[in-house]
Ligand binder design. Sequence first.
Ligand SMILES: C[S@@+](CC[C@H](N)C(=O)[O-])C[C@H]1O[C@@H](n2cnc3c(N)ncnc32)[C@H](O)[C@@H]1O
Length: 258
Amino acid sequence: MSKTAGTEEAIKRWDAYADTYSKNHTEQGDLHKEIFLNPVLFSFMEDLRNKKVLDAGCGEGYLSRILSKFGANVTAVDYSSRMVEIAKERTPNDLLIRYIKANCEDLNILKDKSFDLIVSNMVIQDLANYEKAFQEMNRLLVDGGSLIFSILHPCFVTPECGWEKTESGEKLYWRVDRYFYEGAYEQGLGDKEKMLFFHRTLTSYINTLIKTGFIIERMEEPMPSNEMLKKYPSFEEDFRCADFIVFKLKKQKEAKTQ
Ligand SMILES: C[S@@+](CC[C@H](N)C(=O)[O-])C[C@H]1O[C@@H](n2cnc3c(N)ncnc32)[C@H](O)[C@@H]1O
């Protein structure tokens, strides 16, 4: 697998994995979304009633459906045809979500300044050209609009990482290597499926967000709440190291030209 493998290869794999992936999702997403991501994403959102919201990389659509139930006017894009099909199948007729098959790196089918909020949950690390995606998201937001996105934590989930264990299987510590590598790498998700992810350093993420016109408003490295730990005690180990990072950004107002 080459370092420069790109979007088309990544999406081919998402298409093939879409049915298996979706089986793990309830209307709260999978367990990681229920425990770690949803509480932070929702705490970053304001009143969504009548707000125009884009779900960028919607997958099987659980988040789009929640946002729509919160009263938002939701458009949802995903570049995998099968994901879009499943999302449509899972969406009841009374939720008026506009699903479109589209690449987050080129959203020219959508008009400038047409969204108040863009949410992108666990998608940006799947994009070969994340700078282009941030440019597109900036173009699509109204002045002062918000982008909320989550990714695998780039400091801890690197192309070479995992638990270091004793012979009897006890977890000693989380090992991290190849942090400064930037580009494509493979990661197993299911039993046999290897997905294509793209690693960048935290510095690259932050500098690219600033370059593409965003201001950082909030950031969170989610941990399980006490309530979630009672429900899912095995997630206690997630106090040792962060798997995810979530950002809230604001589109910088354009400087007025005379
Ligand atoms: C980890 S899943 C997350 C799905 C959804 N946001 C959720 O939280 O359940 C990543 C999704 O990104 C989509 N994706 C990957 N590359 C994409 C691209 N270039 N443009 C749009 N969607 C893409 C995949 O098809 C997949 O549905």
